[in-house]
Design a binder for this molecule. Sequence first.
Ligand code: SF4
Ligand code: SF4
Length: 438
Amino acid sequence: MSDASEFSGKSRTVPEIQAKIDSGEALVLTAAEISEKVRAGEEVRFEDVDVVTTATRGIMSGTYAVLSFKVSEPDSFVRASEVLLNGVPAVPGPCPNERLGILDLVVLGTAHSETDPRYGGGHLFRELVEGKSVRVDVTTSDGETFTAETSLAEMPFARLYATRHAFRNYKAFVNPGKDSLNTIFHALPFEGEFRELTFCGCGELNPIENDPGLETIGIGTRVLLNGAEGFVTGSGTRSSPKNPNLAGFADLHGMKPGYMGGFITSGGPEIINTWAVPIPVMHPGILDNILKVDREIPLQLVDVAGRLPLCEISYGDVWDGADLKVRYKPEDCLECESCDVDGVCPMEAIKRTPEGKIKHNRGLCFNCGLCVSRCKGGAFVAKLGSVRCTTGGCMREIKVTLRQSDRARAVKAAEELKKEVLSGKFRITAPVEKIRFP
Ligand code: SF4
Ligand code: SF4
């Protein structure tokens, strides 16, 4: 970690940066804009940037929500012992709200519906934010059952908590075994014998990748979590100085559905979240990491069974030259009798109309790329690239078939944060405490 005193005469405090923003003189750039300049060979100096907006969007299992709402009239039951929200099990409590007709619930982002194998906590949170109504099935402590309906508008308290988000850099996965296997790191059974590769992480855009020493990100840092203002509360589970991640929270009422949702893996439904974090450039040392591009950021390729390390690659291997967005070309669709991507898309973004046409819902699409390798007619298009890895004396070229991070929307999240910072809507905060590791 660099020390501001090393850069005498060249430092700014967070309040000074905020004052510069308020006077309309601040230079705010997204991490993607900085990387573009670096790739073009341009020099980016301390004087050229006051704030960098960073972001990441991906599967982040460590998520739960606390919801509190009225479900019936006071004294109509003593307390709830079991609750399902659209079939997703919730934990009643911790407060029992005895005889008040009010539920306090903890809902895990990775909870799976008891009635629909393609629905989980992530889907539920997105539908709440979309304003949809939710079915509530309650079993009371007296063994009575009843059903009600609710929506986010009827919840005075609905907060999303992160227990492990925005990992500095995650991993890439292959299955070296003979048999395919079900895992949360693939949307289909993961094919064996190094036939495909999946990975997580937004590389050079990731907030902690831009501030790995957590010099500017700390307890109390204001962030956008799924588009809503929230705060960092510390480091998350399995966080370490080498691979830190963040814990935090934000109110579901302010979230944007396009940044969140469920993602169906062959290990069951998972949850997607998006973070956007400002990095105030307080001294030149902070720029060192901001100027790093994907090829300088290591990514470990591991065996998906047991996470045994196999190769050291970089985020440049998976993002350089790759298309961030997946496109659908209806003119190339063969209208096959049995479509290989309808019902397989982890976001349910591909649907067949009653007339047999395939529709691609861009608003739902996560740009994971799975349809690119599975569509028979090549109607789904994106360059996903491949990775070279030498293991056991054998060099292999392994195709990327699934990305568990949506960099296109991470870019958008960083751009939105930049606009909010410049307009003064989003205020930069200095941490109240440094993050310490368990
Ligand atoms: S597999 Fe591809 S080409 Fe065949 S119907 Fe589906 S989208 Fe069209
Ligand atoms: S890239 Fe294809 S498989 Fe992935 S979410 Fe989008 S439409 Fe679905």
